[in-house]
Design a protein around this ligand. Structure first.
Ligand code: ZN
Length: 205
């Protein structure tokens, strides 16, 4: 694309680094901003800088947080003994939306995927195993997407913790194999947590 302005070109190039945003869309967005009041763009850039510079990850569950411990970990009356293991923060949001789960979460930050060069040590697995060893957890619920990588990750964690006396369960699969958790509708996802099954049962197939 030929640009009449280097500044415009730079803005378009930066914008098009975002996933799902091609050069054309980036150009459309930048031109849109130029038509809006300046303050609008200023607020956007300030919000982006603030989220980048100030956001933290919860020291306990690795969820995104404004404090050292996230709001979920510090809410009274949640069941501290039940931990739902998820791939990422979007899954926490999806499950919270169902209002069907009152335990805590543990965000792994992805799943084991040798093809993509992601091994167990790239994920927040060690801190999960440590929590289990500390002995305060009664149950781990695996709520990873039902893909080969999800299953591999579940099984890896299961092997690390099976010597400890806790329940392990996996969300019931109203969600079909290969579906990403975040796309499941709230009712199905809510039910699949309530009707979770012992993890051992999910291994017999
Ligand atoms: Zn937390």
């Amino acid at each position: 694309m030929e640009y009449s302005s280097k500044l415009l070109e730079r803005a378009v190039n930066e914008m098009s680094q975002l996933p799902g945003i091609g050069k054309r869309t980036a150009l459309r967005l930048v031109l849109h901003m130029l038509r809006q009041p300046k303050e609008q763009t200023l607020m956007l850039s300030e919000a982006l800088q603030a989220v980048r510079n100030e956001v933290k990850f919860c020291k306990s569950c690795h969820n995104i947080s404004d404090q050292d411990l996230c709001e979920i970990c510090t809410t009274p009356n949640r069941d501290l003994g039940v931990i739902c293991v998820v791939e990422d923060i979007k899954d926490v949001m999806a499950i919270e939306n169902t209002s069907s789960f009152k335990g805590l979460y543990h965000v792994l930050g992805g799943k084991i995927s040798p093809m993509d060069g992601i091994g167990p040590h790239d994920l927040n697995i060690e801190s999960l195993v440590k929590k289990v060893k500390e002995g305060t957890i009664k149950e781990l619920i695996f709520a990873l997407s039902s893909t080969m990588e999800g299953d591999t990750t579940n099984f890896y964690i299961y092997k690390q913790i099976k010597e400890y006396e806790i329940l392990t369960s996996t969300i019931a699969r109203g969600i079909s194999v290969g579906d990403e958790l975040e796309y499941a509708d709230e009712i199905t996802l809510g039910r699949s947590i309530v009707n979770r099954i012992p993890f051992e049962n999910s291994l017999k197939h």
